[in-house]
Design a protein around this ligand. Sequence first.
Ligand SMILES: Nc1ncnc2c1ncn2[C@@H]1O[C@H](COP(=O)(O)OP(=O)(O)OP(=O)(O)O)[C@@H](O)[C@H]1O
Length: 761
Amino acid sequence: MADEASLRREIAVEQQHVDRVYARLATLRAATVQAEEAGYRQADVGTVGALVERDALVFHAARRRRAFDSEHEGLVFGRLDLRPDRSRSGESPRYIGRLGLRGERAEPLVIDWRAPAAAAFYQATARDPQGVVRRRLIQSTGEKVTGVEDDLLDPANAPADMSVVGDGALLAALSRARGASMRDIVATIQHEQDLAIRAPASGVTLVEGGPGTGKTAVALHRAAYLLYQDRGRFVGGGVLIVGPSPVFVDYIESVLPALGEDSATLKAVGQLVAGVEAKREEATAARAVKGSLRMCRVLRRASEDAPPGVPAGLRIRYRGTWLTLTHRQGENIRQRVGRGRRRNEVRRAAFQAVLGRLWLSHRRELRPLTRAQFDDDLIDHDAFRQYLRSWWPIVTPREVLGWLADPARLTRYCADILTPAERTTLLASMSQLGELGPSVHDVALLDELETYLGHRPTVKRPAPAPFTVLGKQEVVTTFEREQAARTWQRPDDYREFAHIIVDEVQDITPMQWRVLGRRGQLASWTLVGDPVQSAWTGDPAEQVSARTEALGAKKVRRYVLRTNYRNSTEIFAAAAQVIRSVLPDAALPTAVRSNGLTPVHLLVPASALPTTVRRSVADLLAAVVGTVGVITPDAHGCAEAHEWLSGLAGAEARLTVVSAFEAKGMEYDAVVVVRPEDIIAGSPLGHRTLYVALTRATQRLGTVATASWRNVVGPPDPDDSVALPRPAWSGLSAGAPPRHRSPGHPEGSAERSGHPGRRAP
Ligand SMILES: Nc1ncnc2c1ncn2[C@@H]1O[C@H](COP(=O)(O)OP(=O)(O)OP(=O)(O)O)[C@@H](O)[C@H]1O
């Protein structure tokens, strides 16, 4: 262990380099501003050559300025001391940072963390030092170095005067308070994570791991890595990142900008279809029905059906003759023209078929009229046009989906496809569409319907003038064009992403896989998830086949993350016990950080639930500096909790109430899980959902139940590598005495452990 003096000395050494880097950054920035201005002046020369030169100058200068302008908290965060025979032209130490920068003599001052030369910072180990003698993590606040943390990887090659100092930077990073947004982990990416981040871009990269193993962090850093590695391809084609909910997307959205990347498209699964912003989750049973591939047949039938209010038939007077078309004839034409075709795109063919049918029936009475004359006349005939409009209107996916709320139609479409129970579930869910709008799972149905209905035929608009971007005439330079491209939003129905990253992939339903597959026909993929956290209660084989269909025959590379960086050992032990009770053999990650605070499980009468939850949350808000999450079984539970917690002091911006499903991917410093027994009972995979809810907390965890639930959780596996719960329940606040109250006490009781004599960690 290094003493204080050597730590101070080493900090001073690094401060010198950091100062040099910031000074260089300021010089380069000033130079780029000048170069940009000089570039613009080139235009005064007036020749085409000068204009091209101007474009090039301005483009490069402005791109560099943009990089220099980014926020640079912790600009230099790593240093590698290399073995003399492994450093190029004596280049040691090698500094690693958020961007690459060279000095006046073009010597490297900092290397971008994504460059191959930086890989050893993340990958070198004592067993395989890769030429690194000492790896140093540099911690800063603004431009001031505040600490260093060393790993001596190759002691045999260390010079005698090399200091090794450290204060546990990774643990410090893991223990710090969480805010409303996720932070990047660029300085402390671990070896197994780095391998997944730097995996080749092609094919499918599958990253699996339990809660808190950094899958989301890896996915986001991988996006930044790919954008750096092959900027042309990935900025041009686009990188799409898909998360489970809008809450989650808000939570992760600042990570990529902090890494200097702002071109990726972030969407929740409920936002993948143009013009729809679905947030509403469905109950498990409805999710299973709506997510099933069987819905394709149901929707296909709906898409081919007659619209509501279709006219009973046609009867119009024309040249002294009654032209008639019965309802049945109309429906026969519908079947013949529409079956298996895109309804909105074959409207003209349907109209022609009606004219043909009428002509066939009445041509004798109409002699000597020609067919062409007949068509021309009828198309202008008001009553005829009126009939066609209501017989074959343009329909939107939303309208057709709404038809499923009609019991008679629903039975017609699904009688031989869904069970009676499934039909009841679907009908109940669809009847909410009108009032509440589409749910997250309706989005996949809308996208499917769009492929069956086709697009409304559009009138071609004249092509915009060249150099028009976002409707504005572009005046000058390549840089401006690039700037416009950067802020240019891909159309909502864009389907040619170069790479798609899907988080919480275990929950993607078969129907959602179809949506993703349509957007990734040209894409390579990164999929991150945890099968143990799956909420899919439908047919697993359907999920596999839909996923295979979406990904095609691409090669799959699998990476497994095994360390839980989020939860304290105490919290993860409680969660592990829940999941072990249903999946005794599941491979769970290992939590690495203990804080001595065991979770508190309270059992109260229903009447005491509001006050107990309020009290628990107030305790937690006082005990942690960061965020507090309240996790309830469902949307109704959220509404209740909001009421119970209204006006709570200190809650502003720190308190979030989410349903167990919305909690996916989220994390908070402290968590209260309300009515865990209902989370278990709410779905056949209820234990898994509760496991997800219990693994959201970094520091403190409490549960408030109204019925005993811990007795349904089986005994832990004795070989379990995670720490097991302590027999006593400590208070929510550090050092607070254990709360033991009788079940009748209005504020609840600490529920007794069902497993006395359990091994302490
Ligand atoms: N190498 C690391 N250095 C510092 N913090 C890390 C590291 N890896 C992960 N973390 C932190 O651990 C927490 C969990 O990470 P993340 O949310 O990516 O996990 P996850 O595997 O996606 O979890 P879940 O499956 O439960 O949603 C985050 O706060 C993240 O910043």
